[in-house]
Design a protein around this ligand. Structure first.
Ligand code: 6PG
Length: 480
């Protein structure tokens, strides 16, 4: 056998990852695809890669040195299970099977257990960075056992993106930890994208600037504290003109956002864990709303503010306010996302280094940004930080931004422009700030209709008021 690593599934992501692996010193890559045609094409188009093509799983296994190490890059769900079964058929105990797809972390936990019981190592690995990242350097989020990391670590370090001299890969935690963290990465990605979209919409409607002019605004923002891949590509998209019509491409694209489900998973999981990821949730729901064309057809029938013409008096000042609102809301979204990782780790028994996660997201992935250095600093100073946005740097930034943030949310509401992620992030922030929340009233209501009991501020214990009796209070068993 000549290959030290193999790739199964040669669609764009798989092919690019295989080429990335092959381009690194010391790697020889075996490649396999269900239809051999794709394998042949890849091998012929990239003779420089020195691929070892396999036309059957048996050939693939025979081409790999032990412990055999294979990365699966096929569709999440059934196709992934099918490939795992085939690899277990031809591999031997101790070999390492890696799933690099966007798998649901609970599937990864299930698979890891089954594969481990059969004597193999299984690693669920989040891969971010799209096609280009896979080819030139992705951010990698492997889970799985320590034993697999020994073999895998050096290989993954060799192909990952590099940020501030460090490869963007770390052993995230056991079994499903890597896919969990990738899921939250995608949830944050949804929030980032929605916040940028809201900023664009407000600027366009408030200042009348053209998409190309707004591209300049984003390009400018990309030189400051908002510097990030998503801000950078936003400028590119806004600057693009449609060849067929000569209009800005953004005006030709149907305004219904798609989603492959990872944002929804992040929200569903957060609901189960009881973590308020409201920014991510609003971003996910905003995509859903946009894609319900049949409901949006009522748009003309719904009354809006009396003065529909919305123009801000000072465009530059307004744009700066929007920038600050975006920055503050972004801090909230990341804080919520890291909160979900912390809660997930506690629930599933993973030890996850939150600072390391922020560092491996600095390069390669879709949410890569300068900003992640600030998060890394915050966790370096206080690893057990209970809520990320309470770190001194973010407190200062939020303090600087909050007046503008409030203005923007008010202006949006007044003008009838939806800004769900901006406004829900602000509500979350004010919720955290509040000394007393009206949750006390909710507890009273719950006790009234369901004897759900409440705790008192002035003494320990659990209490119930006899609402349908004489309304005296009794000590009660805690029913939550
Ligand atoms: C990445 C991305 C990627 C994701 C796409 C599409 O990290 O490279 O997160 O994994 O699949 O962004 O996601 P949606 O189709 O759900 O927008």
């Amino acid at each position: 056998p000549t290959a030290n690593i193999g790739v199964v599934g040669l669609a764009v992501m798989g092919s690019n990852l295989a080429r990335n692996l092959a381009s690194r010193e010391g790697n020889t890559v075996a490649v396999f695809n269900r239809s051999y045609e794709k394998t042949e094409t890849l091998v012929t188009e990239h003779p420089e890669a020195g691929f070892v093509p396999a036309s059957t799983y048996e050939e693939f296994a025979a081409a790999l040195q032990k412990p055999r190490t294979a990365i699966i890059m096929v569709k999440a769900g059934g196709p992934t299970d099918a490939v795992i079964d085939e690899l277990m058929r031809v591999f031997e105990p101790g070999d390492i099977i890696i799933d690099g797809g966007n798998s649901l972390f609970t599937d990864t936990i299930r698979r890891e257990k089954a594969v481990r019981e059969a004597g193999f190592n299984f690693v669920g690995m989040g891969v971010s960075g799209g096609e280009e990242g896979a080819l030139l350097g992705p951010s990698l989020m492997p889970g799985g056992p320590d034993e697999a990391w020994v073999t895998l670590g050096p290989i993954l370090r060799s192909i990952a993106a590099v940020a501030e001299g460090e490869p963007c890969v770390t052993h995230v935690g056991h079994d499903g930890a890597g896919h969990f963290v990738k899921m939250v990465h995608n949830g944050i990605e949804y929030a980032d994208m929605q916040l940028i979209a809201e900023a664009y919409d407000l600027i366009r409607r408030g200042t009348g600037k053209t998409p190309a002019e707004i591209a300049d605004v984003f390009a400018e923002w990309n030189r400051g504290e908002l510097e990030s891949y998503l801000i950078e590509i936003t400028a590119e998209v806004l600057r693009q003109n449609d060849a067929a019509t000569g209009r800005p491409l953004v005006d030709v694209i149907v305004d219904e956002a798609g989603a492959k489900g990872t944002g929804a998973w992040t929200v569903q999981t957060a609901l189960d864990l009881g973590v308020p990821v409201s920014g991510i949730a609003e971003a996910t729901f905003a995509r859903s709303l946009s894609s319900h064309r049949e409901q949006r057809d009522v748009s003309g029938a719904l009354p809006g503010p009396s003065d529909d013409a919305f123009t801000v008096p000072d465009a530059d000042a307004f744009i700066e306010q929007v920038r600050l609102a975006l920055y503050a809301s972004k801090i909230v979204a990341y804080s919520q996302g890291f909160d979900e990782i912390r809660a997930g780790a506690a629930q599933y028994g993973w030890t996850i280094d939150l600072g390391a996660i922020s560092r491996i997201w600095r390069g390669g992935c879709i949410i890569r940004a300068q900003f992640l250095n600030r998060i890394a600093d915050a966790y370096a100073a206080e690893p057990e930080l209970p809520v990320l946005l309470s770190a001194p740097y973010f407190v200062e930034a939020l303090g600087r931004a909050q007046a503008a943030w409030r203005d923007i949310v008010q202006i949006a509401a007044g003008a009838g422009i939806p800004a769900p992620a901006f406004s829900s992030s602000l509500a979350y922030y004010d919720g955290l700030r509040a000394e007393r929340l009206p949750a006390a009233l909710i507890q009273g209501q719950r006790d009234f209709f369901g004897a759900h009991t409440y705790r008192r501020t002035d003494k320990p214990g659990t209490f119930h008021t006899l609402w349908s009796g004489d309304r005296t209070e009794i000590e009660a068993e805690d029913t939550h």
